[in-house]
Design a protein. Structure first.
Length: 364
């Protein structure tokens, strides 16, 4: 079976590939892998794991959630602890005091240090063979959401956009793309979509003017977007990641975004319950792809026997054969565009690079 589109991003259970892992990654509909802390032992092991993954298929996109703060999968053996994004927002607000106060100086420092953070984050990951990180968070910090919290830069969407663009600049310098999340915004709801179904009852105009405002402001630099598993009932009864209204009419149409769209994890509670009914992983994947996602993530289902990963692979095979799902050449082009185009610096060389050392010194 030949597919022109590999939309599935899956994971593995351990620190090295098994024969079963290799078989799953070799599936023509698998386009990438997401790594977790359980896949990490040290840098040498990570470098070998990434090389083994690329040996299966050299265009597999190796991804990780590595934002900084509490969402950073690799923390030892030389990896820099990137501060939470709120730290850059706090720097923005600090113009100094007394005779040293200079209006706007905090904003300038914050943007510069955010670029440094992006460069350090991206360079270290790429030195170990990782292609892509799902960062930055563009959600606003309303002080309501425990799952977002200090992962957000700021409450003001203008500050969020400016700092996110700065971080993206650093990632770009490291040869890495970026992923703005969670469209159109997860910061206003208290519920955690990993275990619940968050509902945001605000009107579309309010959401677009506040939470979603960074997306059109960043349209020229965003390489990927991840929608929220949140329902906005005044816009659509479906969560944003399963909504044609949000993804096709608003994000692609009104906001004119043309980059890649990843679903959030399909194993999260808010992705498993659609229209009040529990659906299969295959059904969730098909609905997300039909809504406008280019790629879909299934996380943490490789543990144990990994039967749910096999269920998804078999289900997508059936959907392709039956014509229920049709590969999208444009979606595949967006996936491939996220693969780095430059050769990464080896870790030992990176540790001596002046630009990297300067960036380290600038981190808050």
């Amino acid at each position: 079976m030949t597919a022109l589109h590999a939309p599935l991003i899956i994971d593995i259970a351990g620190k090295a590939l098994t024969d079963v892992d290799r078989s799953r990654l070799a599936h023509p509909l698998v386009g990438g892998i997401i790594l977790f802390a359980r896949n990490w032992e040290d840098r040498g092991q990570l470098v070998q794991l990434c090389a083994d993954i690329k040996a299966v298929k050299d265009d597999l996109l190796i991804c990780v959630d590595h934002e900084g703060g509490r969402v950073q999968r690799f923390r030892t053996d030389g990896f820099t602890h990137i501060p939470p994004m709120r730290a850059f927002g706090e720097t923005w607000m600090n113009d100094g005091s007394g005779k040293k106060r200079r209006k706007g100086s905090g904003a300038m420092r914050a943007m510069n240090t955010a670029t440094a953070a992006g460069y350090v984050l991206g360079s270290e990951l790429r030195a170990c063979g990782v292609d892509f990180s799902f960062t930055p968070v563009l959600d606003l910090d309303y002080g309501e959401s425990s799952v977002i919290g200090d992962r957000s830069f700021h409450r003001d969407p203008r500050v969020v956009a400016a700092l996110a663009k700065s971080l993206m600049h650093g990632l770009l310098q490291a040869g890495m793309g970026n992923c703005g999340k969670h469209f159109p915004g997860h910061g206003h709801v208290k519920a955690d979509s990993h275990v619940d179904m968050p509902v945001d009852k605000r009107k579309l105009k309010k959401i677009l003017s506040e939470d979603a405002a960074p997306y059109p402001w960043l349209s020229s630099v965003l390489t990927a977007v991840m929608p929220a598993h949140v329902i906005y009932p005044k816009v659509d009864a479906l969560p944003a990641g399963f909504s044609k209204t949000w993804l096709q009419d608003i994000l692609r149409g009104e906001l004119r975004y043309d980059g890649a769209i990843f679903s959030d994890d399909l194993s999260m509670e808010a992705a498993r319950r659609i229209d009040g009914q529990v659906i299969s992983y295959t059904e969730a994947a098909l609905r997300a792809l039909d809504a406008g996602c280019d790629m879909v993530l299934l996380c943490n289902q490789s543990l144990g026997l990994g039967e749910h990963v096999d269920e998804l692979l078999d289900g997508m095979d059936d959907a392709l054969r039956s014509g229920r799902w049709v590969p999208d050449v444009d979606s595949e082009s967006r996936r491939v565009s996220l693969l780095p185009e430059t050769v990464p610096q080896p870790w030992e060389d990176l540790m001596l690079q002046p630009a990297y050392l300067q960036a380290l010194d600038m981190l808050p």
